[in-house]
Design a protein around this ligand. Structure first.
Ligand SMILES: Cc1cc2nc3c(=O)[nH]c(=O)nc-3n(C[C@H](O)[C@H](O)[C@H](O)COP(=O)(O)OP(=O)(O)OC[C@H]3O[C@@H](n4cnc5c(N)ncnc54)[C@H](O)[C@@H]3O)c2cc1C
Length: 286
């Protein structure tokens, strides 16, 4: 769905409760976790869904309302009577115009990263298909994310192990980033996933670019191929769900790797179509 097609008519006020850089200062990438409190009695959303952020003003491209989506990075618990809260994981985006060579600041991501505690933000949503916790608590989950695509999995894994508690299916998380410094929630600033490493059902695998200072692709293919036996068995089982999140190029990588693992691109295309038809393959792609 194109951004222009989203309903931006109904909006809500939210207030910044906390904002914290979650990439080490040594990293050239700034990613922040921003917790918002929504000025409403209830605001229902689930991991895998996204929240819209609307930045009004006279923007350089001439538009008045700049609308962008951010996936839910946590579902922070609130006490009775408290207003609902949402955590977002926002990467400060800057880009160079390929014709003029000028550097532009991404409007919404810079706006969010510059907000201070107490500031207001206009939001809407939630949007998108959730990464639902299956009713059958023995369902295996294959979670694959790149970059800020880790955000929904941070929310989902925490929900599974802290709220659901008796989840019995295995959870395999594959996470790719350009370098160890950009491994969100798995770096020296914040290592949230480490608290689940002692769970029998949970394993996390990191995929890094072989040469972090170059523009080499992240080695997600190696990370997956190394565990192909287990992954193929998971894909064969009607008890597995696959959730994928991150920028669109992750899909090309996954099609290539899974085609290779499974034997041919035709075979993989059929398997993926079956998974999708059975709602066992869900994507959050941007
Ligand atoms: C469903 C969905 C969920 C999303 N979830 C998140 C999220 O959890 N965290 C997050 O940081 N972003 C997320 N995004 C991306 C986000 O919506 C914005 O596109 C991004 O913040 C840039 O918006 P901006 O207004 O700052 O930049 P704009 O002023 O719109 O400028 C866009 C420029 O920034 C570049 N760019 C856009 N997104 C990225 C990115 N993530 N990394 C590197 N370069 C980029 C583009 O190449 C483009 O040139 C999501 C997008 C979608 C569609």
């Amino acid at each position: 769905m194109r951004l222009e097609d989203f309903d931006t008519g109904t909006t809500y006020d939210a207030r910044v409760i906390s904002t914290q850089r979650i990439t080490p200062v040594a990293s050239s990438e700034e990613v922040r976790e921003i917790v918002l409190e929504v000025e409403r009695d209830s605001f229902d959303y689930q991991p895998g869904q996204s929240i819209g952020v609307i930045v009004s003003g006279d923007h350089p491209q001439g538009h008045k309302h700049h609308f962008r989506l951010y996936s839910v990075a946590d579902t922070p618990p609130t006490a009775d009577g408290d207003k609902p809260r949402i955590a977002l994981c926002v990467k400060r985006c800057n880009y160079i115009d390929e014709y003029s060579g000028e550097r532009y600041e991404g409007i919404s991501s810079n706006y969010l990263c510059d907000r201070s505690v107490g500031d207001s933000v206009t939001i809407n949503g939630p949007f998108g298909i959730p990464f639902a916790v299956p009713d059958d608590l023995e369902t295996d989950l294959l979670l694959i994310g790149m970059g800020t695509g880790i955000a929904p999995f941070r929310a989902l894994v925490r929900h599974i192990y802290e709220d659901i508690k008796d989840y019995k299916g295995k959870v395999r998380l594959f996470y790719g980033a350009q370098s160890g410094l950009e491994m969100l929630y798995m770096n020296e600033e914040k290592d949230d996933f480490s608290q689940y490493y002692d769970r029998d059902t949970f394993e996390a695998f990191k995929a890094l670019s072989p040469r972090p200072n170059w523009a080499d692709p992240i080695a997600m293919d190696y990370a997956l191929e190394e565990r192909s036996e287990e992954i193929l068995a998971m894909l064969d089982s009607s008890r597995t769900r696959v959730y994928v999140a991150g920028r669109a190029d992750i899909l090309e990588t996954l099609d290539r790797v899974f085609s290779h693992m499974i034997g041919s691109s035709e075979h993989w295309a059929r398997r993926k179509a079956e998974l999708k038809a059975g709602q066992r393959w869900v994507e959050l792609i941007y």
